[in-house]
Design a protein around this ligand. Structure first.
Ligand code: SAH
Length: 440
C-alpha cells in the first residue's frame, strides 16, 4: 500500500485524471480536474478517495457505474463533459497544427440519456436466479446484472428483461464459457426510434434451439414492439458477440430506420451508428459545411451501409462509395433502391486499394468524405488523396488521436478550415470529430 495525496492536474486522452508524485505520473479513473484526492497507487484497480470535491461532480445515475466502466464520465455534469471533449480536441489541434482557435464547441444532446439504438446484453447462469443478464465488468468476463441502463433504450431493456423471464420459464440455460455448455450467449435488441421497428437477435452457442417456436410465440405475445427475431449462431470461443450463421425466426430479418429524411436498413451484423439523434447532427454538420456543388463527383470512403454518400447524393452529380464489408455493401445497394437514389455507385473493396486505383487512372474527384474506424486510415490512402487532389476533404473520425496523425500527411497541400467535435456517445470517454480541409 502506498498512499499519495494531491490535486488532479489535467486529463489523459481517456479522461482519466493525472496525478503527479515527484517523477511518477498516475492515471486515475472517476475523478475530476482540480479535485484533491487520496490514492493507493499500488491498488488494482486504482481507486481515489476524493478529499475535495469539484462543483462539477454529481452522483452517477446508474447502479453499476463503478463496475461497468462503459460510461466513464457519468460522475460529471453534462455541460462539463462537453467542455472537456471540446478542450481535448482543441489541445490536439493546437499542439499539432496551431489551429486550436478553429475548434467549435462540441455539439451535445439536449437530453443525453437512452440514446443507444442497439442494446447488447450477455447471459449467464446463476445458482439462485437461474439466469442473469447484464454487462461484462470492465476488462473481465464477470457478468454485472442490471435492469435498466442510463444510455440504452428503455423499451429495449424491458424486452431483454421479458426474454430473460421467458427463458427461465422454458428452462433454457445460458451458455457457460468455461464448461462450454448451455445455449444462450447474448441478446441484442436494435430499434429504430423513428419507425419503431424492433429487432431481437438471440445469439446461441449452437444451431439446435429446442423450444424455438414456443420461444418465438412467447416473445411476440409479450413484447408487442418486436417486429422481427433473428437467431445468430456463434460456436466460437472468442469474445466476438456474433457468429456468421443466422436463421430468421420471425418477420423480415431486419429493421428500417430513417436518418436525414432517408430510409436505411439495419441488419444484425452491419455497422450502423448507435446514436441516431446525434448521427443526424454529425452528418448535417459535415455535409452542410462541405460546400458541395451540384457538378461535384465525390468519394464516400469507409461508407458502411452507405449512409453519408446517400444523404449527400442530392447535393452532387455523382457519388462513389467504398466499403470493405460485403454485407454492408449489399445493404447499401438496398438502401439506394428504397430511397430511389440513382447517382451513387457502390464498391466492395479496401478503401486504400480503391483510391490508389482511382489515382492511377487520374480520375477527377471534387471532394472526399472519409470516415475510417478508430485505427484511422493509412499512408497509401492518404498518398493517393494527394495524387487525386480533391478540392475538399471531409474527415469524420471517432478517434481524434489517429485523425491528427493522418491529417499531418496532408498538410503540405491542404489547409484546415473547420473543426467540429460532436458528442455521439454522451457519458463515455469517446468523442467524434469532423475536420474539413480545402486545397491550398
Ligand atoms: N460511414 C459509415 C461507417 C463508418 S464506420 C457510417 O457513418 O455509418 C467505418 C467503416 O469502415 C465500417 O463499415 C468498416 O467496415 C469500414 N472499413 C474498415 N476498414 C476498411 C477498409 N480498409 N476499407 C474500406 N472500408 C473499411
Amino acid at each position: 500500500m502506498k498512499k499519495i495525496t494531491g490535486k488532479i492536474l489535467t486529463y489523459d486522452n481517456e479522461f482519466n485524471g493525472i496525478l503527479k508524485d515527484g517523477k511518477n505520473i498516475y492515471s486515475i479513473p472517476n475523478v475530476i480536474y482540480n479535485e484533491t484526492v487520496e490514492v493507493d497507487v499500488e491498488g488494482k484497480p486504482l481507486r481515489a478517495k476524493v478529499l475535495e470535491k469539484s462543483t462539477n461532480r454529481i452522483t452517477p445515475p446508474c447502479e453499476i457505474y463503478y463496475q461497468c466502466g462503459g460510461c466513464k464520465l457519468l460522475h460529471i455534469k453534462y455541460e462539463e463533459q462537453l467542455k472537456m471533449k471540446t478542450e481535448l480536441v482543441r489541445k490536439l489541434f493546437a499542439d499539432r497544427f496551431g489551429k486550436g482557435n478553429l475548434v467549435n464547441s462540441c455539439l451535445g444532446m439536449e437530453k443525453p440519456c437512452n440514446y443507444r439504438n442497439k442494446n447488447q446484453v450477455v447471459f449467464g447462469n446463476h445458482p439462485k436466479e437461474k439466469l442473469i443478464s447484464g454487462f461484462y465488468a470492465e476488462n473481465s468476463h464477470k457478468i454485472i446484472p442490471f435492469k435498466t441502463c442510463y444510455v440504452q433504450d428503455e423499451i429495449s431493456d424491458k424486452i431483454v428483461g421479458k426474454i430473460k423471464d421467458i427463458l427461465i420459464k422454458m428452462h433454457i440455460s445460458a451458455y457457460d464459457e468455461d464448461r462450454k455448455r448451455g445455449l444462450i450467449r447474448h441478446v441484442m435488441v436494435k430499434r429504430s426510434f423513428k419507425t419503431k421497428e424492433t429487432m431481437v437477435v438471440v445469439v446461441t452457442a449452437e444451431e439446435n434451439f429446442p423450444g424455438r417456436s414456443n420461444f418465438v410465440k412467447a416473445v411476440i405475445a409479450q413484447c408487442k414492439e418486436v417486429t422481427t427475431i433473428v437467431q445468430n449462431i456463434n460456436t466460437r470461443s472468442t469474445s466476438a458477440v456474433l457468429g456468421n450463421k443466422e436463421n430468421i425466426l420471425y418477420g423480415k430479418g431486419y429493421i428500417i430506420d430513417e436518418l436525414c429524411g432517408k430510409k436505411f436498413k439495419i441488419s444484425s451484423k452491419s455497422f450502423y451508428q448507435i446514436n441516431p439523434y446525434q448521427t443526424e447532427v454529425l452528418y448535417n454538420s459535415a455535409i452542410n459545411n462541405a460546400g458541395l456543388k451540384s457538378t461535384d463527383t465525390i468519394l464516400d470512403a469507409y461508407s458502411g451501409v452507405g449512409t453519408i454518400g446517400l444523404i449527400a447524393s442530392s447535393k452532387v452529380r455523382k457519388v462513389l462509395s467504398v466499403e470493405i464489408e460485403k454485407s454492408a455493401v449489399i445493404d447499401a445497394q438496398f438502401n439506394a433502391k428504397i430511397n430511389n437514389i440513382k447517382n451513387v455507385s457502390f464498391f466492395n473493396d479496401d478503401a486504400s486499394n480503391f483510391i490508389v486505383n482511382l489515382a492511377n487512372r487520374k480520375e477527377r474527384m471534387d471532394a472526399i468524405i472519409m470516415d475510417p474506424p478508430r485505427s484511422g486510415s493509412d499512408e497509401r490512402f492518404l498518398k493517393a488523396v494527394l495524387k487525386l487532389v480533391p478540392e475538399k476533404i471531409i474527415y469524420i473520425s471517432c478517434n481524434p488521436n489517429t485523425q491528427v496523425n493522418d491529417l499531418k500527411l496532408l498538410m503540405d497541400k491542404y489547409e484546415i478550415k473547420y473543426i467540429q467535435p460532436v458528442d455521439m456517445f454522451p457519458h463515455t470517454a469517446h468523442v467524434e470529430n469532423i475536420v474539413i480541409l480545402t486545397r491550398k
